[in-house]
Design a binder for this molecule. Structure first.
Ligand code: SF4
Length: 411
């Protein structure tokens, strides 16, 4: 293969990195300015947006070190048997690209992942070296997210934590059976062990040392993971069960859900179609309910006939419709936990309700002013001068709410 220019490598290795959802700005409509002759394109790869631990949106150079890989995970475009064009960056090239882009103000950080070349340790060693050189030689203080390779040594992963802001280890699929079937060279127990070691190391480093009385810097953005959805038959309930276990056992900051993308010449055990993007969105909403709204995982889909999230309505509304006995909730008396369960009330609105009702009683219009729309919440609340009466228990309630939400979306 003739030597590739850095620009060509960048095109190949940033395109190959787009399948990683851990920092994706997915959901935007596709627009390609190359065809129109204008400017502004959402199809190009290379720079993506992510959120820093303090909530800031930051742009990252998102690339693979290489898309050569000795493994053959059947859902992956970079698997060894895939017929894609291959490229490999050298350590110097990634360091230079990052610094050049940073100096030109194109990016605020680097997201670096890789296929596995020769051995997990060798690949991880090169990724750590990129981060080390950026931090120590280039004095780069931007954001670094390294995707770690679970089979690499604990020492290398520990070193990665010294230089990176965030580390992630992909669990790949929601069940062990799925991993064994579609990524036979990977061992779910090794992935879990790697996450457990990382958690232990983070806790250890969070303690002030006896000598300096300071905490050591170690992956301050925590660890995250990515799960591919729709490549096997796991239901949304099964996916959320796996996420709840990951949050509980390894204190992950985020579980990212990446809808499986059909790839050329794929194995017959994989579906031919991509799952709807809305499924990914509903899983993120349900994940949010577990982390910020006090829902336990089994509650979210309890009573559902197929263990799947309703694609037409959000998971909180779907839950409320299945649990109408818990409504209506009085916005002037209910505690925070009960208010958080009302469809349409987010954490900020609930905080405002609690604050405002210290001075006066809230009417339906007052709550409406705090929310985007009252269509969703009218049947589920009692307010000064408002009671939903029989509306909460109406058989046709779901259809009515969906209709009014659709109408609202037209304006
Ligand atoms: S190890 Fe990673 S890059 Fe290699 S085939 Fe599996 S998922 Fe793809």
């Amino acid at each position: 293969m003739s030597a590739l220019l850095v620009r060509e490598k960048l095109a190949i290795l940033s395109d190959a990195a787009k399948y990683d959802a851990s920092c994706a700005s997915s959901g935007a409509a596709k627009k390609d300015s190359l065809k129109s002759g204008g400017i502004g394109s959402t199809e190009g790869m290379g720079i993506c947006h992510s959120y820093a631990p303090d909530g800031r949106c930051i742009s990252l150079l998102k690339i693979l070190l290489t898309n050569f890989c000795i493994y053959d995970c059947s859902y992956c475009i970079n698997r060894s048997s895939s017929n894609v064009r291959r490229a490999r960056f050298g350590i110097d090239e990634v360091v230079k690209l990052t610094m050049d882009f940073y100096r030109r103000n194109y990016i605020e950080g680097l997201f670096l992942s890789s296929g596995v070349i020769r051995s997990p340790d060798e690949t991880m060693g090169e990724m750590v070296e990129v981060a080390r050189r950026l931090r120590l030689e280039e004095k780069f203080s931007g954001y670094i997210h390294l995707k770690t390779i679970p089979e690499s040594s604990a020492e290398l992963i520990e070193k990665a934590g010294l230089y990176a802001d965030r580390l992630s280890i992909n669990v790949e699929l929601p069940t062990d059976e799925g991993v064994k079937k579609l990524a036979p060279e990977k061992r779910p127990e090794t992935i879990r062990l790697s996450m457990a070691n990382l958690r232990r190391k983070m806790e250890e480093k969070a303690e002030p040392t006896l000598r300096t009385k300071k905490r050591e810097r170690f992956a301050p953005g925590g660890q995250s993971t990515q799960m591919i959805i729709g490549a096997d038959k796991t239901t949304d309930d099964g996916i959320l069960h796996a996420s709840a276990r990951l949050y509980g056992s390894y204190h992950l900051r985020r579980v990212y859900y990446s809808a499986f993308s059909p790839i050329p010449d794929s194995s017959s055990s994989l579906p031919l179609r991509k799952p709807p993007l809305m499924r990914e969105h509903r899983l993120y909403q349900a994940d949010w309910l577990m982390r910020f709204y006090g829902f336990s995982q089994p509650e979210i889909l309890a009573g559902s006939s197929d263990g799947m999230l309703d694609l037409a309505i959000d998971p909180k509304l779907a839950w409320a419709l299945r649990n109408r006995g818990r409504f209506p909730v009085d916005v002037n008396r209910a505690d925070r936990e009960a208010l958080l369960r009302v469809p349409g009330l987010g954490t900020k609105v609930v905080a405002k309700i609690l604050e405002t009702r210290r001075y006066r009683r809230l009417r339906l219009e007052d709550v409406g002013r705090l929310c985007h729309s009252i269509a969703k919440l009218r049947p589920f609340i009692i307010a000064e001068g408002w009671s939903p009466g029989a509306l909460t228990d109406k058989a046709a309630l779901r259809g009515k709410i969906v209709q009014s939400c659709e109408q609202l979306a037209l304006f």
